[in-house]
Design a protein around this ligand. Sequence first.
Ligand code: HEC
Length: 146
Amino acid sequence: MMRIALAAGIALIFATSVYAEDAEVYVDYRQGLMSAVGGNTAASAAILIDGAPFEANLEEHARAIERLTEDIPALFPEGTDHEDSDAKPEVWDDRSTFEERAEASHRAATAFREAVEEGDPAQAMPYFRELGGSCSNCHDDFRVEE
Ligand code: HEC
């Protein structure tokens, strides 16, 4: 019993502060995840806007975006502001706004996935635009311009 309590206490310490070496791992992971979201978004755009003949994959792209944007703030714990990262300090200094933008983006991803499931790509278009806007809405304030 005691040992369990101790382990839980240690786990809590690890959960709330991230060592400098681990920060790089977080950066690598979230950049990889964001690239995957970006790839699925670009592929969706090629289908919806440019007419790439891969409508059969659209649902899969939409599902991946929805799933991967489920908890963006978890990718940015305190202490992961690393030199390789393009995240602005505001990610941690204005956390509530960052979390709101993340939630808005995930909601847009869900609405897009639902629209795609309806089966008519033309109907999904406004939801796709809304989703794209939600990415920029966060990047504009929380990501360093390339
Ligand atoms: C709540 C904020 C937020 C939302 C919403 C968000 N992003 Fe990001 N994104 C970031 C931040 C911050 C970074 C920089 C991460 C880093 O370098 O540590 C980033 C980085 C990226 C990158 C660059 C990855 C790399 O290799 O450096 C891509 C691509 C990207 N996002 C695509 C998207 C797309 C597409 C969406 C919408 C579907 C989206 N993001 C939604 C905050 C967000």
